[in-house]
Design a protein around this ligand. Structure first.
Ligand code: 13P
Length: 259
């Protein structure tokens, strides 16, 4: 799989945008993205719009991703989608274990692991989401939760596989709330994640690992967040639904990189 340049900014469109709306948004983003080619940009539309978005970004440096996948190769699994189907539709990456999947659709660390393996079998780079809820943060259990999600869902993987995984720290209390983690709060968790990777896979892999932050990222807070040593980019929800705010985040992230 292709190596991704930092910063990595991914837009998770969740259950928004029809095919034609997706085409317009992707076209707007492409037209503004040419001057910011140092960043790796990933658009993650709903399944129905993947092919259209892929067509729209072709010829640019933008990548396309899926929001979820099932771990079986094919079969009688109504409503599910496989890694092979995503790959052929034009995906290079796929989100696994988003907190909304965990909360509403019963995703667990065990299913995350199966999905990661299925993605890797088909050369799809998984973006694995982890993060604590408000209660866990308030009771001082944030790092414990992060550690258990990583140990149960990922750290059994061989180094070669783990090296392809992108991690996204998304504190659940910050998603869609307008209340982002402060740069200090996010950095504490990001540096802890890198430390755990170091312990499990060694320094080289820890240094190369891409760890995104997600949760109410917007142009106004992107610069201060990306300035932190262990924040390599963002997984953006709400602000990725308009070209102006998404590209505002991208340009703030690139500005921090230059300065
Ligand atoms: P918001 O940016 O809307 O808080 O969503 C974050 C997210 O869940 C991205 O996957």
């Amino acid at each position: 799989m292709e190596k991704l340049a930092r910063p990595v900014i991914a837009g998770n469109w969740k259950m928004h945008k029809t095919i034609s709306e997706a085409r317009h948004l992707a076209a707007d983003i492409v037209s503004q993205a040419a001057s910011l080619s140092q960043a790796s940009l990933i658009l993650i539309p709903p399944f129905t719009a993947i092919q259209e978005v892929k067509k729209t970004v072709s010829g640019s440096h933008l990548l396309v991703g899926g929001q979820d996948l099932f771990w079986e190769e094919e079969g009688a699994f109504t409503g599910e989608i496989s890694a092979r189907q995503l790959k052929e539709a034009g995906c290079d990456v796929v989100i696994v274990g988003h907190s909304e999947r965990r909360q509403y659709f019963g995703e667990t660390d065990e299913t995350v692991k199966k999905k990661v393996l299925a993605a890797l079998r088909h050369e799809l780079r998984p973006i694995v989401c982890i993060g604590e809820n408000l209660e866990e943060r308030k009771s001082g259990e944030t790092l414990k939760k992060i550690k258990s999600q990583l140990e149960n869902g990922l750290f059994g993987l061989p180094a070669e596989d783990f090296s392809q995984v992108i991690l996204a720290y998304e504190p659940i209390w910050a998603i869609g709330t307008g209340q982002n983690a402060t740069p200090e709060q996010a950095e504490e968790v990001h540096s802890y994640i890198r430390q755990l990777i170091d312990v499990n896979y060694g320094q080289e892999l820890a240094a190369c690992a891409i760890i995104l932050y997600g949760g109410s990222v917007k142009p106004a807070n992107a610069f201060s967040l990306i300035k932190e040593k262990d924040i390599d980019g963002f997984l953006v929800g709400g602000a990725s639904l308009q070209a102006e705010s998404f590209m505002g985040i991208v340009s703030e992230a690139c500005r921090a990189d230059e300065g």
